[in-house]
Design a protein around this ligand. Structure first.
Ligand code: C5P
Length: 283
């Protein structure tokens, strides 16, 4: 039997870092939303006791460094599963981009194996397992629009963000989340107004939302990679209602309520960067 799971990308409408914790992680406040750009994962039981990852993207690892592999290994160990699994990852989300592609694949693997091996785990159980692998994984178990706090493990579901068009632009370089958090200075940090953003999303107020999106990591990544600022400027020049870096970057997203304008931004950025996507928000 084959099982298929979709793994959508996320954007951060808001990301604030409150302080560095004793465990080395940062205490965060984030508003996250899923967008209609997704990987697809196919799961098949193997009689041999092994985990095989296959993918159409030659840049992603197929061993323990792949979060889908790590998820399968964790589930097999926790529930003493003696059969194996083949996981094929159809990769569509840019890699190391700030869109939680790897975390979403990890979450999809936990959901997929729960079904494949009839484990009967709740979404909370899956989120708890996922937090052992990565901070964004608990959110990715259910996705949608959510207020996420702690290290990333406390999830408060929110109504869907105001519907709009999203242009995603991923510049060529990849960014390590750890190194961006490592360079964050609380002396120069720009804190976004997360309560105002939350209120705008709750009220389905598109204009207020575009005025309040913000990311405390953006300045750090722009300092290392000025191209992020250049992409933002171009998006605004082509008519974006708002433009912001997602996660630790380097992907920048533009929000637009009109498709024609979103298309103009898409066309305008296509010559500047190779990886440009025009997508919708997910309900
Ligand atoms: O949890 P994950 O492995 O995805 O995090 C990657 C890195 O990002 C961590 O090693 C840490 O340096 C940083 N991080 C952080 N605070 C968080 C989440 C991640 O400092 N809440």
């Amino acid at each position: 039997m084959e099982i298929i799971e979709k793994a959508p990308a996320k954007i951060n409408l808001g990301l604030d870092a409150l302080y560095k914790r004793e465990d080395g992680y940062h205490e965060l406040e984030m508003v996250m939303a899923s967008v209609d750009l997704a990987d697809r994962l196919f799961f098949e039981t193997l009689t041999e006791n092994q985990i095989i990852i296959e993918t159409d993207n030659s840049f992603i690892p197929v061993d323990q460094k792949n979060h889908a592999f790590a998820a399968a290994e964790l589930v097999k160990k926790k529930f003493q599963i003696e059969t194996g699994v083949r996981i094929y990852i159809e990769k569509r989300i840019p890699v190391a981009a700030g869109l939680a592609g790897g975390s979403s694949d990890c979450a999809a693997t936990l959901r997929g194996l729960n079904r494949l091996w009839n484990l009967g785990l709740s979404n909370q159980d899956l989120a708890d397992l996922g937090s052992e692998i990565g901070s964004d994984v608990p959110y990715c178990i259910e996705g949608g629009t959510a207020f996420v706090t702690g290290r990333g493990e406390r999830i408060e579901k929110m109504p869907p963000m105001p519907q709009c068009w999203v242009v995603l632009v991923k510049p060529k370089m990849s960014v390590s989340t750890g190194s961006i958090f490592g360079s964050l200075s609380f002396n120069s940090i720009q804190h976004p107004d997360i309560p105002a953003l939350k209120a705008a999303v709750m009220a389905n107020d598109y204009d207020k939302m575009t005025q309040t999106i913000g990311n405390a990591l953006e300045g750090v990544t722009i300092q290392k990679h000025p191209v992020v600022q250049q992409i933002k400027d171009r998006m605004l020049k082509f008519g974006a209602d708002a433009a912001l870096m997602s996660g630790s970057g380097p992907t920048v997203f533009a929000l637009c309520d009109k498709k024609t304008r979103a298309q103009r931004i898409y066309n305008g950025l296509k010559g500047f960067c190779e990886e440009v996507y025009l997508v919708r928000t997910l309900k």
